[in-house]
Design a protein around this ligand. Structure first.
Ligand SMILES: [Zn+2]
Length: 290
């Protein structure tokens, strides 16, 4: 073998060995590699609609998703004030195992995940949790919309904002079972979600100023997460009602890849925590007035 080729081989082998070592050492890299290998775009398109990708065993579910998709897409484009940058992709799974491999979290228990610009739907949304399909699909499309515009590697907005936006834009998708009144009462009683600047956390572990009481008949983590989602969604809805121009200016800035905090302040003239305090005190005053 000529020396130059031997050297190329040596580099190639070293690269493969380094990649294998990195995958073995870093579980999140391993999950990401497995998710890329199981990307929903590799699944067949449903009835020539390239937006819906499905496992053939999930034919009926893909059909339900295809029927809901046009309205859900229109709803998100209207709430975000802009079309998708490119057609959104939705993956529909029949197998919990394949879904977990594709969702990058190795967790079949999450109802849906948006990953690499595609929404992945758990089989539960056409099974036990069929009544959540429309809301969760619409919620995920909000994430897909934002990521369709954001440049690769742009700073991620805090999760309370992206989840609140998705809940607001989907009329409560992802926060099922918590009414506006219940979330408002929780805020008045001091069970307020803490607007956490972290970009990627387990939302069920978000802090509350006071730990909300548990209803023993319901799953504690689900309850907590949905209350947090609902409060974030109400706050984002309030921001939008308060000043729609500022709200849309913030979205356009985030879509352009700008950082969240300065974009928020330049749009609203105030920081998010400061407006959150106004939102909370407004709700509390309504309480004492009524
Ligand atoms: Zn979400």
């Amino acid at each position: 073998m000529p020396r130059i080729m031997a050297r190329a081989w040596g580099f190639g082998l070293a690269f493969v060995a380094a990649a294998a070592l990195a995958l073995a050492l870093r579980p999140e890299l391993r999950l990401a590699a497995r998710a890329a290998w199981n990307d929903p775009r590799l699944l067949p398109a449903f009835a020539n609609d390239a937006r819906i990708r499905y496992e053939v065993e999930a034919q009926a579910c893909a059909e339900a998703v295809a029927n809901l998709a046009p309205l859900a897409i229109a709803q998100i484009e209207s709430a975000h004030g802009r079309p998708f940058a490119r057609p959104p992709v939705v993956g529909v799974y029949a197998s919990f195992e394949n879904y977990a491999n594709a969702n990058g979290m190795d967790d079949p228990g999450i109802a849906a995940v948006t990953r690499a610009g595609a929404a992945l739907l758990s089989p539960t949304l056409c099974g036990e949790e069929r009544d959540r399909l429309r809301g969760v699909l619409t919620h995920e499309l909000s994430h897909v919309h934002l990521s369709s515009w954001r440049p690769l590697g742009a700073p991620r907005p805090p999760q309370w904002f992206t989840e609140g936006l998705a809940v607001m834009a989907s009329n409560g998708g992802g926060a099922e079972g918590v009414s506006d009144d219940e979330a408002t009462q929780a805020i008045r009683d001091g069970y307020r979600v803490v607007l956490d600047g972290r970009r990627w956390i387990d939302f069920a572990r978000l802090g509350f100023e006071r730990e909300p009481p548990r209803e023993p008949t319901k799953n504690a983590l689900t309850q907590r997460q949905r209350l947090a989602y609902k409060q974030a969604g109400m706050f984002v809805g309030w921001l939008r009602m308060r000043d729609e121009t500022a709200f849309l200016r913030l979205l356009r800035a985030l879509e352009a890849g700008e950082a969240f905090e300065p974009s928020f302040e330049s749009a609203f003239g105030e920081s998010a925590p400061s407006l959150w305090r106004r939102f909370v005190s407004g709700l509390s005053q309504q309480s004492s007035a009524g």
